[in-house]
Ligand binder design. Structure first.
Ligand SMILES: Cc1ncc(COP(=O)(O)O)c(C=O)c1O
Length: 394
């Protein structure tokens, strides 16, 4: 992995320090070019004609995502964001009254709302897997919970939106498979940040977004669904891309994972997502993951020494998402301070609204979130540390 090349491919690093990769990362030049090239093509040929011209490139997007996840291209659906990709899988599952769903305290509130909706509408039961001493889901607790044969689904995020530990996704997969329980993995913060191999993980479904660690454009996401399950699940919504009308009384649903897509989509962004995946694969996910972890630990080491700041990350199994709080200043004030004047340092805030259970459990209302990518540098981190040291006292 070549950091200089990564930075040369990221024009905005000349003007700002971007530590909001868990929000939306900076797109590298090949992604920007793929998107703008297609917009130009649409402007000069017409939208349908441009899509026709680029049909082979669009097909390539599925192969690229397949390579990223070690899945077959026909197990991939490209959908407008991670939430809709996840919804299409989750709401299509034949969950019945009394079925039990297991999730982690780190669950994304958007997913949890869907659990509550199915609890109200279909009478499913939600159970939270206890944490182990490192803040990850406890595998022994999970194993015990799986003894109840009403458990129908394990569904959790690999990395939470507010940081926290990287979950033991492969061990969870082994337990799910042994118990014959479906496993839905929200890899929104994992894709592009860490290696994800669905064969090793053993998940039946996995969802992710384009704009975060994959560095693709906004408004794109995808679903992986294992072939055998895909063919058994009828999507909750169908259109004439997902299905075809056979007569006034009958339709057939297409065989591949694209049954979970809908027809109209942002082709430029789809090609941008494909370019982002190819770019990430060319850099090497494993070396980027190592670099991201090193940078995050460098930031934690220095942050931990500034009076007034408290690190909020777990001691082990940490990712590139660094979270912290200040004794006096709110997360919004820290964000404004870092962005202000000539500093131009982007961090974000993560509030209890996005990870209610975890934040309640840890008695936190909000945290500052600095999420690092492989194109960031120690020098940028030093600039952030210096800016935080200069934070005025209230
Ligand atoms: C863990 C997790 N899941 C799901 C989502 C939703 O992704 P999207 O905004 O692409 O729908 C996010 C976004 O922050 C997230 O962090």
């Amino acid at each position: 992995m070549n950091t200089e090349q990564l930075r040369a491919d990221t024009p905005a690093v000349a003007q700002l320090i971007h530590f909001n990769n868990a929000g939306a990362a900076l797109m590298p030049t090949p992604v920007i070019e793929a998107v703008t090239r297609h917009i130009q093509l649409e402007a000069s040929l017409g939208g349908y004609e441009a899509a026709g011209r680029q049909a082979a490139e669009v097909e390539q997007v599925y192969r690229s995502i397949g390579r990223l996840l070690n899945a077959a291209p026909d197990e991939i659906a490209v959908i407008e964001n991670a939430t809709r990709a996840w919804d299409m899988a989750f709401y299509s599952l034949p969950l019945q009254p009394g079925d039990v769903l297991l999730t982690s305290a780190t669950e994304y509130a958007g997913n949890y709302i869907a659990y509550l909706q199915l609890k109200q509408q279909r009478g499913i039961e939600i159970r939270i897997i206890a944490n182990d001493e490192h803040g990850r889901v406890s595998l022994s607790a999970l194993q015990q919970m799986l003894e109840d044969d009403r458990v129908a689904l394990i569904s959790l995020p690999v990395i939470a939106t507010n940081g926290g530990p990287v979950q033991p996704i492969e061990q969870i997969g082994a337990l799910a498979r042994a118990a014959g329980v479906l496993y839905l993995l929200d890899a929104c913060q994992g894709a592009g940040q860490m290696p994800l191999d669905v064969q090793k993980i053993g998940c039946h479904m996995l969802t992710a977004t384009s704009r975060k660690y994959l560095r693709g454009p906004r408004g794109m996401g995808f679903l992986y669904i294992e072939k055998a399950l895909c063919q058994k699940l009828e999507p909750v919504f169908l259109d004439l891309h997902a299905a075809s009308l056979q007569s006034a009384d009958s339709y057939t649903v297409r065989a591949d994972a694209r049954r979970f897509e809908n027809w109209e989509c942002n082709v430029a962004a789809k090609l941008g997502l494909g370019a982002a995946v190819e770019y990430a694969l060319a850099q090497g996910i494993e070396p980027m993951w190592l670099r991201i972890q090193q940078l995050a630990d460098y930031l934690r080491q220095h942050l931990g020494q500034i009076p007034g700041f408290t690190l909020q990350d777990p001691p082990m199994n940490r990712s590139g998402i660094v979270t912290f709080s200040h004794r006096q200043h709110s997360a919004a004030q820290v964000q404004q301070w870092l962005a202000g004047q000539d500093k131009r340092i982007n961090v974000s805030t993560s509030t209890f609204r996005s990870t209610l259970l975890d934040m309640q459990h840890r008695d936190l209302l909000e945290v500052s979130r600095a999420s690092l990518h492989a194109y960031n540098t120690e020098t940028e981190i030093d600039a952030m540390i210096a800016a935080l040291q200069a934070l005025p006292r209230l």
